[in-house]
Design a protein around this ligand. Structure first.
Ligand SMILES: [Zn+2]
Ligand SMILES: [Zn+2]
Length: 276
């Protein structure tokens, strides 16, 4: 499979001259299956989702979007996704099941008047909204596994995507410090690529714990513990400038030791398993 990082920020978009190289869009990644010519599976729909439309060759989107959770930085791109909001599009949207509510209703809590001018069903094209439980199911030909991950404010999933050749795990918002369940360790174990929350640095530990996030060290330690192939540090703080992320790259080159560590950058393309 091929991963394209469409947005790598956490919390809120970060525009401006200090954020040009790593990008300012919030969390979204697109996955193209082996042999495919465009993405069919998307994880999270932050503002980065807007970057998917130009990758669709002028055609409407035909695929699925799985949300790790419903915080704004993971869903605000939905109504601005032109490739999905048009006649002929087919979008199956999955949100973590909670409180016995329908997927549509969970989404509509922040995606309907007075919070937003339109409701989910006013999107053009064929949209389906589903509340997803933890477990494994086939989505767009991939085996997609979800398990609960510690975070704050609503149910949050870690997501594993597997095909016949490789696997990735995606945990954009995760506080490993609050405990990692056996299910989650199993989900993470041995993946080729772990795309993980790296919003905070070790001196910001108190804030990471308060907001239910990871530090860079947490992400690397978890990667090592679960014997992943590469850790991709993701969901950068909106305050982390290009210069600060360059410094982080230097620091993590030492921290990672034998474990390869990559700083996520908007527009980055990652083939899984790698070609090197
Ligand atoms: Zn987030
Ligand atoms: Zn969150």
């Amino acid at each position: 499979m091929r991963l394209q990082l469409l947005g790598v920020r956490g919390s809120t978009a970060a525009p401006g001259p200090d954020f040009v190289r790593y990008g300012g869009h919030t969390s979204s990644i697109a996955i193209t299956p082996d042999g495919g010519d465009r993405p069919t599976l998307v994880l999270d729909a932050g503002t980065g989702l807007r970057m998917l439309t130009p990758l669709l060759g002028g055609d409407p989107f035909d695929g699925s979007i799985v949300l790790s959770h419903l915080h704004w930085d993971h869903m605000q791109g939905l109504p601005f996704f032109v490739g999905g909001d048009r006649p002929g599009a087919r979008v199956d949207l999955f949100v973590p099941a909670q409180d016995g509510r329908k997927g549509r209703d969970l989404l509509a809590q922040s995606f309907s008047p007075p919070a937003f001018p339109i409701t989910p069903e006013q999107l053009q094209g064929d949209w389906r909204f589903e509340a997803l439980d933890a477990g494994t199911r086939e989505i767009e030909g991939f085996a997609v596994t979800t398990a609960d991950a510690a975070h704050k404010g609503g149910r949050t999933f870690g997501i594993r995507v597997q095909d016949d050749h490789g696997s990735i795990a995606y945990l954009p918002d995760h506080a490993p410090d609050a405990g990692v369940s056996e299910e989650l360790v199993e989900l993470l174990h041995g993946v080729d690529l772990l795309v993980h929350d790296a919003q905070f640095l070790e001196p910001e530990r108190a804030m990471a714990d308060a907001y239910g996030h990871a530090t860079v060290q947490d992400a690397i330690e978890l990667g090592r513990r679960c014997e992943v192939g590469t850790v991709v540090l993701f969901h950068h703080s909106p305050a982390r400038t290009d210069a600060a992320l360059d410094d982080l790259a230097t620091m993590t080159a030492q921290l990672g030791g034998t474990l390869p560590v990559v700083i996520a950058r908007e527009g980055m393309v990652l083939d899984v398993p790698g070609t090197s």
